[in-house]
Design a protein around this ligand. Structure first.
Ligand code: SF4
Ligand code: SF4
Length: 79
């Protein structure tokens, strides 16, 4: 699954450096996760790093994807 950020985001910036795929950027109002870059940290970490560091607890499951799809995405991002 790729994750998504909810309206509770306070734009604190804590999640940006935690992402191994550079998937998180500042949007117009709240921060956003690029679903084409988020692998739920599959390939890099044991668990989603952005969720671990987010003080607002505002990152939740977005699009459903299989482990194989996530790993393929990670490998494509890091050839
Ligand atoms: S789950 Fe991992 S890859 Fe996806 S946005 Fe969060 S830190 Fe980045
Ligand atoms: S860590 Fe949480 S509150 Fe801070 S910018 Fe990221 S999603 Fe928003």
């Amino acid at each position: 699954m790729s994750l998504k950020i909810t309206d509770d985001c306070t734009s604190c910036d804590a999640c940006v450096p935690a992402c191994p795929n550079d998937a998180i950027t500042a949007g117009d109002v709240i921060y956003v996760i690029d679903p084409d870059r988020c692998t739920e940290c599959v390939g890099a970490e044991d668990s989603p790093q952005c969720q671990l560091v987010c003080p607002a607890d505002c990152i939740e499951v977005g699009t459903e994807e299989t482990q194989d799809q996530l790993m393929a995405k990670f490998k494509a991002l890091h050839p």
